[in-house]
Design a protein around this ligand. Structure first.
Ligand SMILES: NC(=O)c1ccc[n+]([C@@H]2O[C@H](COP(=O)([O-])OP(=O)(O)OC[C@H]3O[C@@H](n4cnc5c(N)ncnc54)[C@H](OP(=O)(O)O)[C@@H]3O)[C@@H](O)[C@H]2O)c1
Length: 220
């Protein structure tokens, strides 16, 4: 089950699993608004029934909206709440509902979160987004510990710039130069890492936050 699977990185992730012969439910915002906890419970329940179980959840969907301290106060507040409703609470509710299904059916499943380099490097033009991704990484690490006794592994990827349609206008020479490779990532490169983290071989990567940023930002 892949959230935000209608386009960009999520569509590449869904394709990569399909190429392995997996059955994939790729959700768009038309299928489920991740800010709506009841809708999440319904969608996970019906997907689990249709598929006969869910082995892998990829929390990929994300709300990415520019806005910083230049905003009027009311807009600042609304932006933070909107961003956290989707990127943090939506991913938390998806993880809860899917993990409960995995546990009740004895599935040694995988949860993979699509976080961001911005959690570490900072996002001055969109601090709510950067903070939401830091929260997502942290949630993944806590759930990795909480779910390990059930055989469920949880990990995150932290991509730098990825060349999706949404960011095409933002890929300037300055952005290209952030990486010593002189380019941004392809969605397929992120998808390959997610497929690995979702595999049975990746149990020992549980709790990891995997940097996928072409050496554009090195954290200690
Ligand atoms: N592109 C990058 O440079 C980059 C870098 C680091 C991390 N990321 C992260 O990677 C993930 C995917 O990024 P992307 O560039 O592929 O994004 P994208 O092309 O903008 O796609 C976003 C996806 O999220 C879905 N979505 C948005 N709001 C939603 C909501 N309220 N409920 C349910 N689904 C919702 C969208 O559904 P609809 O199609 O229905 O709108 C779409 O499928 C995001 O979490 C992003 O933060 C991206």
């Amino acid at each position: 089950m892949v959230t935000g699977g209608s386009r960009g990185i999520g569509a590449a992730i869904a394709d990569a699993f399909r190429e392995l012969g997996d059955e994939v439910v790729a959700l768009s915002s038309a299928d489920v608004d991740l800010a709506d906890p009841d809708a999440i419970e319904r969608v996970v329940g019906s997907a689990a029934d249709t598929l006969g179980g869910i082995d892998v959840l990829v929390n990929n969907a994300g709300l990415v909206e520019l806005g910083s301290v230049d905003l009027p106060y009311a807009q600042w507040q609304a932006l933070w709440r909107r961003t956290f409703a989707v990127n943090v609470f939506g991913a938390a509710d998806m993880s809860y509902c899917v993990a409960r299904h995995m546990i009740s059916r004895g599935v040694r499943g995988r949860i993979v979160n699509v976080g961001s380099r911005g959690a570490f490097r900072g996002e001055p033009a969109m601090p709510a987004y950067g903070a939401s991704k830091a929260a997502l990484h942290s949630m993944g690490q806590s759930l990795a510990v909480a779910l390990a006794p059930h055989g469920i592994a949880v990990a995150s990827v932290a991509p730098g710039f990825v060349g999706t349609d949404r960011v095409a206008d933002m890929v300037t020479d300055e952005v290209l130069a952030q990486s010593p490779f002189g380019r941004v990532a392809k969605p397929e490169e992120v998808a390959a890492a997610v497929v690995y983290l979702a595999s049975s071989e990746a149990e020992w990567a549980s709790g990891a936050v995997l940097d996928l940023n072409g050496a554009s930002y090195l954290r200690t």
